[in-house]
Design a protein around this ligand. Sequence first.
Ligand code: UDP
Length: 239
Amino acid sequence: MEKPFYKRVLLKLSGEALMGDQEFGISSDVINSYAKQIKEIVDLGVEVSIVIGGGNIFRGISGATQGVDRVTGDHMGMLATVINSLALQNAIEKLGVPTRVQTAIEMPKIAEPFIKRKAQRHLEKGRVVIFGAGTGNPYFTTDTAAALRAIEMNTEAVLKATKVDGIYDKDPVKYADAVKYNVVTYTEVLNKDLKVMDATAISLCRENKLPIVVFNSLEEGNIKKVIMGEKIGTVVVTD
Ligand code: UDP
């Protein structure tokens, strides 16, 4: 059997990418592609935990939320991540992979509350654990939730799935001469304000020496390539 480079990872999936070609909501093509790619790495024996964002739902309702205060808006954002977590759980389980959703805001009728030891047990038993509701606190992002849970789960890396194929010195959509980094340090990311994750998430990763792999997840098969140690995307490492 092929031997994975990473044995335990946290996958950060973008909520925004989940809408595919739609203006908001969940694209069944994208969610099924994520599920298929996740099954591929579970089949390799990799222990997989996931944090998924909420941008696809949250930004879709942002017209209606204009004038809503920050904390309420953030609560709505966290609930959006729970909707995506449940959709992803369903798509993965349809492929026969056991999963659990744990939420940072308790809602025991639909998911387990986040309990570190329990989550670790699930991973050891080969279950995919999806962490919903971010950190449970306003003023944070799902990237920070991803860094936090990755550290709590003792994962070897955070795999940050995006719509671009890595980190560039400037926006590759706007500038044709943008250059991609293969490897970059946390400090460079912070000092140059490179668009990877927010500063809180980067600082947490730096403090705990947790590598971040940024890659394009919309190209099917890429999650497995990262797991196998193929050098696609950009790796953020210690100084
Ligand atoms: N959020 C929050 N606290 C958290 C995580 C998320 O308040 O710990 C809210 C915040 O409003 C955020 C929204 O949930 O904008 C959805 O997450 P995010 O925008 O990070 O998702 P993505 O960009 O990956 O779709």
